[in-house]
Design a binder for this molecule. Sequence first.
Ligand code: HEM
Length: 456
Amino acid sequence: MESQTPTLLDLPPGPRQPRYAQALQWVTRPQEFAVRQRERFGDVFTLQFIDGQPLVVISDPEDIRTVFTGSAEVMHAGEANVVLGPILGSRSILLLDEGEHLRERRLLLPPFHGARMLRYEQIMAEAAARELDSWQEGETIEMLPRMQSITLEVIMRAVFGIEDGLEMERLRVLLRTMLQETTDMRQMALSLIMGPDSDRLVRRLREVLDPVDEELYRVIAEHRRAPDLEEREDILSMLLLARDDDGQPMTDVELRDELMTLLLAGHETTASSLAWAFEQLTHQPQTLERLTAELRDGDESYAEAVIQETMRLRPVLPLVIRLLKEPITVGQGRFRLPAGTRVAPAIILVHLRDDIYPDPYQFRPERFLEKPPGTYTWIPFGGGMRRCVGSAFALFEMRAVLRAVLTNFDVEAAGGSERIARRSLTLIPDHGGRIRIAKRLHSSIEAPLEAGAAAA
Ligand code: HEM
């Protein structure tokens, strides 16, 4: 049965400003705006954005647990992500709910299992070395595009299984054009105002998507013909061999939609997190010094804490959304949210709680050496049945890139601290995370031979 969208009267209180004003502040100053509302209304409040649908924001770990552990029948995410449909395709895991989502998740999870990540270490180290080799002593570098170039190459090789240089270059150009278009803010605003199906938008999208789709279907067909599929390490090969509980393989359309999803979910997010890591580190010289020394000694435990702290203070996704199919209660019993409510565990807010993180605005990785992150208090990858499939992949890649940069260069800040800006769905440093190369330590930069084998 379809539930109706509840009106503001049915929902917890929130700011009374017009929805355009709320949307503008959310887009331009997400952290300040969200924190201000929590100070005013408490841990549960209702926002309204351009699409006119209310969004109930929660940031108490108990409420977040309620949502993340709620049943798949009650907590729909696919329905809440419908705006991504025209790009990702209707068979994308991000667009599905309940049984269909579970089937897709069971197919996708095994190739991303933590233990498998060592196999991708060589690819990650090589992609980083290729990018780093051009960095010159004394130059100022905007990290975000450089990190995007690494994460794109990693996805093309590790996920799509492309090794041929020319093929990779052709796809890189097509993907760049498509990514530019789909992460464009104006495009985003248009889609919110006009709805994702508006004719003009769909036509423009098709122009950039069709050539990419053609290429993806070609890659899938080539894989299907490969006689050595079982020996291949890339994720597409594993997905081609995977069978669901009924013994059925994935169709070409499903494979295309998941490849596009993995690209869009994994490329920009990881690159933005890396850009933030360098932005934060270079403005915190003692932390940078400790991390650099430990990485050069081959010790990675502090790197892990640095990544956790980066993702706490600068999460790249501010919140996740669920559409309730049945009522739930939040705010220690104070608010009953009716079916049809869109509820949002706010990553950006729970990470700034001073009852969990003393001095929450301080970048202090040591806090995670003292106490590991909690399941419902450190949620940059979401949680429960929809927790990020690629979290181990992203963490592994971030460590590989931090290691590659800091064992080959001395880096420092190139300006003041950067503000949080928004690019489509992700939060990025407003100048792209600029750093200065103070010293280049080696004349040529190469990936350590068999990085994966060494780590194993
Ligand atoms: C720093 C990097 C990343 C961040 C911050 C991140 C964050 C997230 C978050 C918050 C969700 C949950 C969405 C929800 O609950 O509705 C999610 C889901 C997902 N992520 Fe990531 N992600 C990252 C990297 C990756 C990578 C590298 C991949 C794969 C290559 C990936 C693939 C996915 C997929 C497939 C889902 C959907 C899971 C589902 O619906 O069951 N992500 N990610």
